[in-house]
Design a binder for this molecule. Structure first.
Ligand code: PMP
Length: 409
């Protein structure tokens, strides 16, 4: 079969809920992937920051295979011998009392919303059904019906109503807006849900001090600071968590994607006892959440992130990436700026959002052996696996600059 045949199959039999680049991948190792014709690419997306530890990491895959041959699923009707070990491991790793295991990022966000609301009614004394959650403009937290209810992405939201109530949307990176919303809704706000860096929106890094200031405001108003680190967590931005850059401990932490190294769907919600203990049996759960394979895989993936110093690598390599690419962009007509933290970066194309330029640039980069994807019409995100060698990263930078050159003027 050639690549067009694989794509035709997906077109005919799969729902058209994505618009992938026309590349059919068949194999991956470290920072590289190969298509069905054997062509090699640098993966500069990492499945939206899930494959931080590199494709098919032998320690993570090994843990999965070993566990899959022993016990895969019990549901939570019974205990399993991996879950408690993993729960202790992940709580110690991130410094929380308790974890609630889930499978996907959106599910974990839903979990955090339920948790914050229950806490609001049982602990904080907000009248039943009145709890509000403050969220940010241009947020991305997933695409369930509740999550799209507070999205301002009209394509994701329109024609899927009626929507879930109880969300207040304010400007991102704006402490005055947060303070005003907390003040105007005093005694009714359960939590502030925020991405420490807005990934899908185009890698918007907030001003220094924003997260710390937001956490302080939340404390002052008795509301929960809820960090969605699904995309930014697990060493991606140069620290274990993006909130670590400002020494902020969230009241609720949401993790997904790279918590499993992209090997298996795993997500998690962490909180201390004062919050997590409001959840009682039967109030939340999932058949696959906390299954033994997920537990074994996540322990291995988090161990690899530590053993291979992925946070330090992301920090160092990210600086080099931005500085090398920045040299070119300074004199570029087509690319405006490169921004980001660690190895979560984006280049803004000097064009308006509706144009195809970013898409065409990604198509051309793919021909030259580098995979990336536009996020919006004029922003290209670059997030290679954190295990990428410096040499390969610089090869990637060359492909990016060579391609941009072709699009100049
Ligand atoms: N939160 C954030 C910040 C994300 O970036 C994403 C995925 N891009 C999600 C939640 C949703 O995760 P999932 O696709 O696993 O549901």
């Amino acid at each position: 079969m050639n690549q067009q045949d694989y794509i035709a199959l997906e077109d005919q039999y799969g729902a058209h809920n994505y618009h992938p680049l026309p590349v059919v991948l068949a194999r991956g190792e470290g920072a590289k992937v190969w298509d069905t014709d054997g062509k090699e690419y640098f993966d500069f997306l990492s499945a939206y920051s899930a494959v931080n530890q590199g494709h098919c990491h032998p320690k993570i895959v090994g843990a999965m295979v070993e566990q899959a041959q022993t016990l895969t699923l019990t549901s939570r009707a019974f205990h399993n011998d991996q879950l408690g070990k993993y729960e202790k491991f992940v709580c110690d790793y991130f410094g929380f009392d308790k974890v609630l295991p889930m499978n996907t990022g959106a599910e974990a966000v839903e979990t955090a919303i339920k948790l914050a609301r229950k806490w609001a009614y049982e602990v904080s004394g907000i009248p039943e059904n009145e709890a509000q959650i403050i969220v940010c403009e241009n947020n991305f937290h997933g695409r369930t019906t509740t999550i799209i209810s507070f999205s301002n992405d009209e394509n994701a939201r329109r024609s899927f109503g009626p929507y879930t109530d109880g969300f207040i949307r304010i400007a991102y990176d704006d402490l005055d807006a947060l303070k005003a919303a907390l003040e105007a809704n005093k005694g009714r706000v359960a939590g502030f849900l925020v991405e420490p860096i807005q990934g899908e929106a185009g890698v918007y890094v907030p001003s220094e001090g924003y997260l710390k200031g937001a956490k302080e405001l939340c404390e002052q108003y008795g509301t929960l600071f809820i960090a969605d680190e699904v995309q930014t967590g697990i060493s991606r931005t140069g620290k274990r968590l993006a909130v670590d850059h400002e020494n902020v401990k969230p009241d609720i932490l949401i993790l997904g994607k790279a918590i499993s190294g992209g090997v298996y769907p795993v997500s998690a919600v962490l909180a201390d006892n004062a919050v997590m203990n409001v959840i009682k049996p039967g109030q939340h759960g999932s058949t696959f959440g906390g299954n033994p394979v997920a537990a074994a895989v996540a322990m291995a993936a988090l161990t690899v992130a530590e053993e291979e110093n992925l946070a330090e690598r992301a920090e160092e390599l990210g600086q080099k990436f931005r500085s090398e690419l920045g040299k070119y962009i300074k004199q570029s007509q087509i690319a405006k700026l490169v921004r980001g933290k660690g190895l979560l970066n984006a280049v803004v194309i000097n064009d308006h959002e509706e144009s195809d330029t970013a898409w065409n640039i990604c198509m051309r980069m793919a021909e030259k052996g580098l995979l990336a994807k536009p996020t919006h019409g004029n922003i290209i995100r670059f997030a290679p696996p954190l295990v990428i060698s410096e040499q390969d990263l610089m090869r990637g930078v060359n492909i990016i600059t060579e391609t941009l050159k072709e699009f100049e003027g």
